[in-house]
Design a protein around this ligand. Structure first.
Ligand code: ATP
Ligand code: SF4
Ligand code: MG
Length: 338
């Protein structure tokens, strides 16, 4: 499939000068048309920073310090999102790429009916649309996300958390964007509800044809629902593969650790092992492979030299990358690291 979003060598820092810490390190990732790309990693691995960076919604003191984010609209020429003017950005967000934030269900305006919040998005982006058509589109969108017409005039507090989350998805989809990024608040919604919402998003994707980046701690959800999975650790992508491949045959010890943290979906039971230790502190990243202090397979080169993503061959030619010294395809980082 064609690419819709190509992230190339993206770096994101928090703070400036001596105080700066790098939260996203040299991330390259391609989202293809129609696909669901899952992004997993423990808390603090940089998932949200990556999502905010690529949509240019980073709160201060976040700064993008390098890279490109090439967007391919359905019609017209590709462009770098990082080079957009404020006006360009306003059109890009919502209309081309929409993001549903971590905690989004609490970001609805409490004093407006949900229908009004949807029609306001239309009014801002499609000023020529009649009020009647806006209302009709809002109703249709809410129906698509499973909220019936008689709830259109409800206020956010009259809806459950799951329903509010669905309203946010409806709002994200109302301008028919090509890309929807969902940064799932694992803590705010229970697993059953997360699963329902993701299942529904994927059903909508089949009907409306957008692509999805889904961010979660819960790798089991991704194995079930996504086409491809990228795993982040310490701000870097450490492995990327087709979901089934990653589940059956992960190459990076960190991925194996994350997979060992949930029960097998089917087949023989896995031993639940989890990962000992805790994620690295950005202020004092370990030398070499940043996972080495926690890695059960660490050996000679690991503490000295940073492995960067290599591309092992796959039988079907699908994209597969891994950054680990156990795999000959991984290369060493040549530039000095900050
Ligand atoms: P979670 O799963 O908990 O949402 P995450 O993978 O989304 O985690 P980020 O929120 O992107 O992780 O954070 C990445 C790193 O950047 C963390 O080490 C975090 O402490 C740091 N960070 C995030 N926001 C800021 C900030 N405003 N100032 C300084 N550091 C920050
Ligand atoms: Fe473990 Fe070494 Fe691979 Fe890092 S490079 S994941 S420390 S084996
Ligand atoms: Mg996050």
């Amino acid at each position: 499939a064609e690419p819709v979003l190509e992230i190339k060598n993206l770096n994101v820092d928090y703070g400036l000068g001596d105080q700066a810490v790098r939260a996203v390190r040299d991330v390259s990732l391609t989202l293809h048309r129609g696909e669901v790309l899952g992004l997993a990693g423990e808390s603090g691995s940089g998932k949200s920073t990556l999502a905010y960076g690529l949509t240019r919604l980073l709160p201060p003191p976040g700064v993008i310090t390098g890279g490109e984010v090439i967007y391919h609209p359905e019609k017209g020429d590709a462009y770098d999102v990082l080079g957009l003017s404020d006006k360009g950005l306003r059109d890009f967000r919502w209309a081309e790429t929409a993001i549903v934030f971590q905690g989004a269900m609490n970001s609805l305006n409490p004093v407006h009916k949900i229908s009004t919040q949807l029609t306001d998005v239309l009014a801002a982006h499609e000023p020529k649309m009649s009020a009647h058509s806006r209302t009709a589109r809002a109703r249709e969108m809410l129906k698509l996300v499973g909220i019936s017409a008689d709830r259109m005039d409800a206020y956010p507090h009259q809806l459950s958390g799951g329903m509010r989350q669905r309203v946010m998805i409806g709002m994200a989809l109302i301008l028919q964007p090509q890309v929807v990024i969902m940064d799932e608040p694992t803590t705010a919604l229970d697993v059953v509800m997360q699963r329902q919402i993701l299942g529904q998003l994927i059903e909508l994707r089949e009907r409306l044809g957008f692509s999805v980046i889904f961010i979660t701690h819960d790798l089991s959800l991704l194995v079930e629902f996504s086409n491809r999975i990228a795993i982040m650790y310490g701000g870097r992508i450490v492995e990327e593969a087709q979901a089934a491949t990653l589940y059956k045959d992960s190459l990076h010890p960190y991925s194996a650790g994350l997979l060992g943290s949930f029960p097998a979906l089917r087949g023989p039971r896995r031993e639940l092992t989890g990962i000992p230790g805790s994620p690295p502190d950005l202020k004092g990243m370990p030398s070499g492979c940043s996972f080495h202090p926690r890695c059960p397979k660490a050996f000679d080169p690991c503490a000295d030299t940073i492995p960067i993503l290599g591309h092992p061959e796959t039988p079907d030619g699908s994209v597969r990358t891994v950054a680990c010294w156990l795999h000959p395809a991984s290369a060493s980082l040549k530039e000095p690291v900050s």
